[in-house]
Design a protein around this ligand. Structure first.
Ligand code: NOJ
Length: 675
């Protein structure tokens, strides 16, 4: 029905009008056809909230006060909740805010697999595991699209690094591609129903993804039967004829020579000379109009949205709380009890730093961002003396305003390391000494908040190793020498090295970029108002050299990158080859204890069930994860089902999973006790 109507409308359009609809006419929108009431298609980044408004033809923030928005937790934070319901709620906030800001397509979610901990965009991505990624993406997309806004699942496909991202050619076994890197896209389309998909910058098998016959024609359209709209990443198209004849529908880019885009005037010329048939343009336009019909853009029946509501902020708080992962609590120092606190020292730049305003296209002009320092101060109130020293400093606090204009330079991205200048080293030494001498004073608690920032976790940039920047290893180590009970909180988009001090530390909390309410959520966990229930959605290696992309395959490679590790990505490798990670995939502690028993596996019915009991004194949640092994696979195990379970003290629940016929049930007990 929709396509019939879309085709009728397409038939009324001139070649110029059709071409106007299939390429950017502004940095974030196509041209409409006013004579027929067809509006332009308006797009916006991104996964952490609706990005600020830019001038139509320059990467310059308009600077109005009306584009501040709800800043949502990053993809990794959401995945650490292992909570599908929260994924739906978060998507719904994004969709409603996108509508509120008048957008048609929201360029999210980012579902690429975390192949190496060093990828600069890992913070946007959900996980190293395809199943967990898909389970987060599907409800998130449904949440967005409830609001008559299209999700744009990205970046299709195998865009797992930033270094040379515009050109790098991914050499990957097809079976690996299909089993590890494509499933989240498949599910996003089939179960999530994503109306649009974004082609990636990189190449696969020597073809750029946005004009790839293999990816777009063979897999996406023919095999998967996708009838949604394929949008290019910004500047990812390289050839008029190839792009036109591939199943790409819209070309977007970062430059303002809109009429010269490959699918603009150059395409018109190719149609006129007969090198490209007008029919292929009609097909693209028909899909775009079908999208507009799906979104009720043409019938006056479209939902309206809104942004910055208290309800939206509440969702960010709920996600942030559940995303925090308790990694170590050896002496049960956590939670801190407010009544015992009179003097508290907070150390570390991340306690006082905001993260919404960087990271590349996932930047957000946040209505506000509660830092950890603010969260702790507001929770502890005026009777507690709160002192703060930075301990280290990073320098840059805002993202370069025009980074995107230059984003097609240097192959689109580099690998960078933090090299401190002489002056900075001196300053770091001074800050360290100041922090250590302060920590020796008579504080009831010392809380360190460090980690990474968008200086490392950013589009166009991969890390060179997993080391904490700005002398933090030495700082943490010296601080632990004077305060063995220091609570360590690390913030980042992916794992960091901890070897230098981990054995000395007794309490460690991990937090991904957790949105505008992150500081409140952290205070809730540290002060025991919330029982932590986050679980790592990725392996925390001891060093990046333990990660299969580095020790078996290549990362970041050169002009080509070999995914020689094959299927052994993340825990699939660590488990098979007994690599002991710092913290494994799925790990995360609680302030209470859980017991798992009464396991029943029914091979005929293909069911697995077990009981889970909260044996402690506090209400809490945990995740029951089921891993499968397959007859035909050499992999030890792969995540196949999971369920997050909430239990009051003493409460017991039965959990049941039905498996596929080719799956053999197995079970892992992680972070839980068996009777
Ligand atoms: C490039 C990024 O790769 C993509 O994720 C983003 O949506 C576009 N730029 C638009 O900003």
């Amino acid at each position: 029905m929709i396509f019939k109507k879309a085709k009728e409308i397409t038939n009324k359009l001139t070649l110029d009008e059709k071409i106007g609809m299939i390429h950017g006419a502004e940095l974030f929108q196509t041209a409409g056809v006013p004579r027929l009431g067809i509006p332009p298609l308006k797009m916006s980044d991104g996964p952490r909230g609706i990005r600020q408004e830019f001038l139509p033809d320059r990467w310059e923030n308009i600077g109005n006060s009306d584009d501040y928005v709800t800043y949502l937790p990053s993809g990794s934070a959401l995945a650490a909740t292992w909570n599908r319901e929260l994924a739906e709620k978060m998507g719904s906030v994004l969709g409603e805010e996108a509508r509120g800001r008048g957008k048609d397509v929201i360029l999210a979610p980012s579902v690429n697999i975390k192949r190496s901990p060093l990828c600069g965009r890992n913070f946007e991505y959900f996980s190293e595991d395809p199943y967990l990624t898909a389970e987060m993406a599907v409800p998130y997309i449904r949440g967005i699209q409830k609001w008559d806004v299209a999700a744009c699942v990205k970046h299709f496909a195998a865009n797992n690094q930033e270094t040379e991202r515009l050109w790098v050619d991914v050499e990957i076994d097809e079976e690996v591609l299909r089993n590890i890197y494509l499933p989240a896209f498949y599910e996003a389309i089939h179960r999530g129903g994503s109306y649009t998909i974004m082609g990636a910058y990189n190449q696969i098998y020597g073809e750029h993804c946005c004009q790839s016959d293999f990816l777009l024609n063979q897999i996406l359209r023919k095999e998967w039967g996708y009838d949604g709209v394929v949008i290019s990443d910004w500047g990812a198209v390289h050839d008029t004829v190839k792009a036109a004849n591939s199943q790409l529908d819209i070309e977007m880019s970062v430059t303002n020579d809109f009429d010269d885009y490959f699918m603009a005037n150059p395409l018109k010329k190719k149609v006129e000379t007969g090198e490209v048939q007008e029919k292929v343009i009609d097909e693209k336009v028909t899909r775009i109009i079908a999208l507009m019909l799906r979104l009720h853009m043409l019938d006056g029946k479209r939902k309206s949205g809104t942004y910055n509501t208290p309800e939206h902020r509440q969702v960010t708080l709920e996600v942030a709380r559940e995303s925090i992962v308790l990694l170590k609590n050896e002496k049960n120092l956590l939670p801190l009890h407010k009544d015992n606190l009179h003097k508290v020292l907070v150390i570390g730049e991340n306690a006082n730093r905001i993260h919404s305003c960087g990271g590349g296209s996932a930047e957000v002009k946040a209505l506000y961002e509660i830092t950890p320092l603010m969260g702790l101060k507001t929770h502890l109130g005026g009777n507690v003396q709160m002192d703060y020293v930075p301990g280290y400093c990073s320098g840059k606090k805002v993202q370069d305003a025009n980074w995107q204009e230059a984003s097609l330079e240097n192959g689109g991205g580099i690998t960078s390391s933090v090299i401190e200048k002489k002056e900075a080293v001196k300053e770091l030494g001074r800050l360290r000494k100041e922090a250590v001498s302060q920590a020796k004073k008579n504080y009831d608690a010392v809380i360190y908040v460090g980690g990474l920032s968008f200086d490392q976790d950013s589009e166009g940039n991969d890390r060179i190793d997993m080391k904490l920047p700005h002398g933090q290893d030495k700082l943490i180590s010296e601080l632990l020498d004077v305060r063995q009970d220091m609570i360590i909180v690390l913030i980042g988009g992916s794992a960091v090295e901890m070897n230098h001090w981990i054995d000395k530390a007794s309490s460690l909390v991990w937090m991904y970029y957790a949105g505008m309410e992150g500081g409140n959520a952290l205070a809730d966990v540290v002060l025991g108002r919330v029982n932590p229930s986050g679980k790592l959605p990725e392996t925390f290696y001891k060093t990046h050299k333990d990660c299969s992309a580095h020790c078996l395959g290549e990362f970041p490679g050169g002009k080509k990158v070999g995914y020689k590790e094959g299927m052994y990505v993340g825990y699939r490798y660590a488990d098979k080859y007994n690599i002991e990670p710092q913290f494994p995939f799925g790990y995360g502690l609680s302030y209470t204890n859980f017991m798992l028993d009464k396991i029943e596996i029914n091979d005929t019915e293909h069911t697995f069930s077990c009981s889970i009991t909260n044996t402690g004194n506090l209400a809490g949640a945990t995740v029951v994860m089921l891993y499968k092994s397959r007859e035909d696979s050499e992999l030890e195990k792969e995540l196949t089902r999971f369920e997050k379970i909430y239990l009051e003290p003493g409460e017991r629940k039965r959990v049941s999973f039905t498996l596929g016929t080719d799956e053999r049930a197995d079970y892992e007990v992680r972070g839980l006790s068996e009777p």
